[in-house]
Design a protein around this ligand. Structure first.
Ligand code: PXP
Length: 244
C-alpha cells in the first residue's frame, strides 16, 4: 500500500521564545493554525514537569481550538497524567524526562519501567487517547512496547540525525530501519522524530512503514529566516508613520 508520510509539527519552541520575555506572543495556538494551513497533520506540544516552554494553559487552549489533532508529549508523572486525563488529547507520546536536559535524551526504558508504563498506557487509552512510546529502535524494547498495549511507537532518530561520522550515521540508520520493520511486524504504528532537518531527512526516508514524522526545532529555526524579512518590513512600514 502506498501512503503518504505525515508531518506533525512540534511547537514547543514557539513557547520557548515567548517564555524568554514573559510576553503573550508568539502564541503556540497561532503557530498551530499556520502549520495546519501549510499541510501538517498534527501538532505536538510537550508539557514538561519544569514548564520551561509549554504551559498548562497552552494545552487547554490547544485542546479546544487547535485545528489539528493534538499530540501531548509528556513524562509518566502523575501530575501530568491528571492533566492528560482531563484534556483527552487525540494522541499522547510518553517520553523520559530529566530536569537538566536540553531536550529529550534517549528513549524510554520500557523493559525496566514496564509495569508503570503498562498502567499509564491503559489509563490513557481507556480515556480515549492513542498512546505512543518514544523509544530507541531496539527489538527487545519494541516487544515490550507492544506488550504494554500501546498502539504506536515513536522511534528516536536523534542519534542518527546528530551523527557527524558517516560510518556511524550509516550504522545508526540501519538500526532505525530494522527497528521500524520490527515495530511494524509487532503490529505497532511507526512514527519517528527528534533532530530531523532538511539535511538529514533523506536518510530518515529510508525507514520502512513510517506513518508520521514529528519535527520541531529545525522547522521553528528555519521559520526565523523565512519570516524575518517580512517581520523587518512590517516594522519599517509601521515606523513610516513617524513625523518628526
Ligand atoms: N519527538 C519527541 C518524542 C521529542 O521529544 C521531540 C523533541 O521535543 C521531537 C519529536 C521533536 O524533535 P526536534 O525538535 O529535534 O525536531
Amino acid at each position: 500500500m502506498n501512503r503518504s508520510l505525515k508531518l506533525g509539527v512540534n511547537i514547543d519552541h514557539v513557547a520557548t521564545l515567548r517564555q524568554a520575555r514573559g510576553t503573550l506572543y508568539p502564541d503556540p495556538l497561532e503557530a498551530a493554525k499556520v502549520c495546519a494551513k501549510a499541510g501538517a497533520v498534527s501538532i505536538t506540544a510537550h508539557l514538561r514537569e519544569d514548564r520551561r516552554h509549554i504551559q498548562d494553559a497552552d494545552i487547554y487552549r490547544l485542546s479546544k481550538a487547535c485545528p489539528l489533532p493534538l499530540n501531548l508529549e509528556m513524562a509518566n508523572a502523575e501530575e501530568i497524567i491528571r492533566i492528560a486525563l482531563d484534556v483527552k488529547p487525540a494522541e499522547i507520546c510518553l517520553v523520559p524526562e530529566k530536569r537538566q536536559e536540553l531536550t529529550t535524551e534517549g528513549g524510554l526504558d520500557v523493559i525496566k519501567n514496564f509495569q508503570a508504563l503498562e498502567e499509564t498506557v491503559s489509563r490513557l487509552q481507556d480515556n480515549g487517547s492513542v498512546v505512543s512510546l518514544f523509544v530507541e529502535p531496539d527489538p527487545k524494547t519494541l516487544e515490550a512496547c507492544a506488550k504494554t498495549g500501546a498502539r504506536v511507537v515513536e522511534l528516536h532518530t536523534g542519534s542518527f540525525c546528530d551523527a557527524t561520522d558517516p560510518a556511524k550515521a550509516e550504522m545508526l540508520l540501519k538500526k532505525l530501519i530494522g527497528g521500524a520493520q520490527c515495530a511494524h511486524d509487532l503490529g505497532l504504528q511507526v512514527n519517528a522524530g527528534h533532530g530531523i532537518n532538511l539535511a538529514n531527512i533523506a536518510g530518515i526516508l529510508k525507514m520502512p512503514h513510517l506513518d508520521t514524522l514529528n519535527i520541531g526545532h529545525s522547522i521553528i529555526a528555519r521559520a526565523v529566516f523565512h519570516g524575518l524579512e517580512n517581520a523587518v518590513r512590517e516594522m519599517i512600514a509601521a515606523m513610516s508613520e513617524y513625523k518628526a
